[in-house]
Design a protein around this ligand. Sequence first.
Ligand code: IPE
Ligand code: IPE
Ligand code: MG
Length: 249
Amino acid sequence: MSSSPSFSDSAELDPQLLPAHVAIIMDGNGRWAKKRLLNRIQGHEKGAETVRTIVRTCREIGISHLTLYAFSTENWQRSRVEVEALMLLLKRFLVDERSELMENQIRLDAIGQIERLPEDVRKQLQSTMQLTAENREMTLHLALSYGGRAEIVRMVRAIADKLTAGGIRDEDISEETVSRHLYTAGIPDPDLLIRTSGEMRISNFLLWQIAYAEIFVTDTLWPDFSREEFLDILQAFQKRDRRFGKVKE
Ligand code: IPE
Ligand code: IPE
Ligand code: MG
């Protein structure tokens, strides 16, 4: 994406060509803070504001599923101070956003190794998920202690258990079977994958699900990512020629 300012409007989007599922690797909070001589935690706090902006924008334009990579299985290896601060911020978000999620009919969902989260965070997560369970306008999926490879291992084990128990036969295993045993069972695959802060990598995010996602990497650091830039990316997405391996007639 160019960094030139633009003034995109959601009215310029074609409602027929909206992605059903947008997935975002929210990267660059630490660099944003460093540039301002702040600590990394302050970068994460500012990043949480961007989360609110992007969730609102998705709801406003009619995106059905938004998945945000908030904490990876690898992120547990960061300093204890940073991990604790991220968990605290997550807990705060889960409590503070309840009224907005309810007002906007947004369901909260989580994918990843939820059992590894601290108990107080899990409690708030369960409450917010329960509270919002009947909301139908949009689903916000938070990837928490999420890793694509760990998800695949979990899926293989679940299918192997069924094979052993005789519930299915190996010839019954299809792509559909695999999809149904991932955290994202029942959710359409992401059409659009965005990564902020310029890194050209996937960092273990949704490895199976992004097979045909359109990828956009922007140099903008996550705390600086805006509604305008998001709308620009959506417009550019609508101009992409998605061939899915086929040749246009
Ligand atoms: C993304 O920002 C947030 C998480 C991974 C939790 P980073 O913390 O990775 O920021 P950088 O990449 O160091 O700038
Ligand atoms: C990816 O960002 C994970 C999240 C955004 C939660 P990282 O900062 O952890 O990824 P790497 O280390 O640059 O690959
Ligand atoms: Mg990073």
